[in-house]
Design a protein around this ligand. Structure first.
Ligand SMILES: [Fe+2]
Length: 401
């Protein structure tokens, strides 16, 4: 439980990060976005506008200067964005952020790992949802962040499964509930969030979309890492943002991906069929035939604040019985996929115990705060679910194609 309170110190220290004798204050530490093999973006926030923002960066020495752009937020603060180009794949770049000639931040945890393109080397990513909850009440985003920093293998990115910031997704809560707790995580691990129902409590265009620099239209988008294709959807309140257009985009995206990747992974907030305390979402179930037809391997969701790994099922949501015998070692599953609820990234549903489930749908279920780590190396995928209190894995499985 000590871990639970550690990053609260980080939150409070951020607001006091004044450099030099000016009134310039960094109110959000740098965070990285859109990290590809040859480019990456670095963002941070200050209280006042300056003539220029820039980053010094390099592999061994931070000796290359890149100037960025600044925009004013609705609350009067300023976000600075610097995009680095011409990076070398697989290299680690250190960086230091400046406003004018004032160095604001040069932490050892400011670094970017440009994507590695060699599939024999592999990569790993994290997945969890329901994270930006008040750390002074029932939330524990700071515990999750601390355990991520303690992982033996540094994650290449995070796909986040919606309900990014409670209670309404408002920008005014982002620093206390998310960026503060993840201050030293987001400066070296890019975070690609899906929108959840709580992120739709206010207008996402004026809140969620102002906080991130994401691919596509920032509601639904896709990106690649090595031999894997990642898709993030916006399921809004279960009824989906612009459902018809999003579905058309999804089908087109999946059609273009066919034959080019060994792995296809979908992230969204709402479960389809599941055994949690949340309802099945018909609009997600309606996408199952598309996932099955176009070789999606995993569908990851949040919403229910618990962990539930389902049996592989087909495009109709029926369990594929032949995979029940070994729930820790899977071959390729043609025309089927594995759906996982990983909604305990920052809050756990109180006073609830996983119970029996119609159709014996679940392979594994645990009620504890968690995040998942997937490692892909060529045609082998290994996944672990970590308990955020102990820092130890409590579920593990692999798939070999
Ligand atoms: Fe939710």
């Amino acid at each position: 439980m000590i871990l639970r309170f550690l990053p609260i110190l980080i939150i409070t220290s951020l607001t006091a990060c004044v450099k030099d004798s000016s009134k310039l204050t960094m109110i959000r530490r740098p965070y990285i976005q859109n990290v590809w093999a040859d480019s990456a973006s670095i963002l941070w926030k200050t209280n006042i506008q300056t003539d220029k923002c820039h980053v010094m960066y390099g592999i061994n020495q931070v000796n290359t200067d890149k100037v960025g752009k600044t925009f004013k937020n609705p609350d009067g603060t300023f976000t600075h964005t610097v995009t680095l180009n011409g990076l070398q794949q697989g290299q680690r770049y250190k960086y230091t952020v400046y406003n004018d000639n004032i160095m604001l931040d040069n932490s050892e945890l400011n670094f970017i790992d440009a994507q590695r393109t060699d599939t024999s080397v592999g990569f790993n990513f994290l997945a969890f949802g329901d994270v930006g909850r008040n750390p002074y009440e029932d939330g524990f985003p700071q515990v999750t962040s601390s355990q991520i920093l303690a992982l033996p293998k540094h994650p290449d990115f995070i796909t986040a499964l919606g309900d990014i910031v409670y209670p309404l997704g408002e920008s005014s809560k982002y620093d206390d509930y998310l960026f503060g707790p993840f201050a030293y995580t987001f400066s070296n691990i890019p975070f690609y969030p899906a929108l959840g129902n709580h992120d739709w409590g206010v207008n996402p265009e004026l809140n969620f979309c102002m906080e991130w620099k994401l691919p596509g239209n920032e509601h639904y988008y896709s990106y690649d890492y090595q031999n894997a294709h990642f898709i993030t959807l916006d399921s809004k309140d279960g009824d989906f943002f612009d459902y018809a257009a999003q579905k058309t985009w999804l089908i087109n995206d999946l059609q273009q991906a066919q034959g080019h990747y060994d792995w296809i992974i979908v992230s969204l907030h709402h479960p389809g069929r599941s055994c949690t305390y949340k309802s099945n979402e018909a609009n997600v179930v309606a996408l199952y035939p598309i996932f099955a037809q176009y070789n999606v391997d995993f569908v990851l969701n949040g919403h229910a604040h618990t962990y539930e790994r389902l049996q592989p099922y087909d495009g109709n949501g029926n369990v594929l019985e032949q995979y029940r015998t070994d729930i820790h070692h899977y071959p390729d599953i043609p025309n089927g996929f594995i759906s996982i609820t990983a909604g305990g990234g920052g809050v756990l549903q109180p006073n609830w115990t996983p119970g029996d489930c119609a159709g014996d749908l679940t392979a594994v279920r645990y009620h504890k705060g968690h995040f998942m780590q997937f490692e892909i190396k060529g045609k082998k995928l290994t996944a672990k679910a970590y308990d955020v209190q102990s820092g130890l894995p409590f579920d593990e499985f692999e798939m070999q194609k």
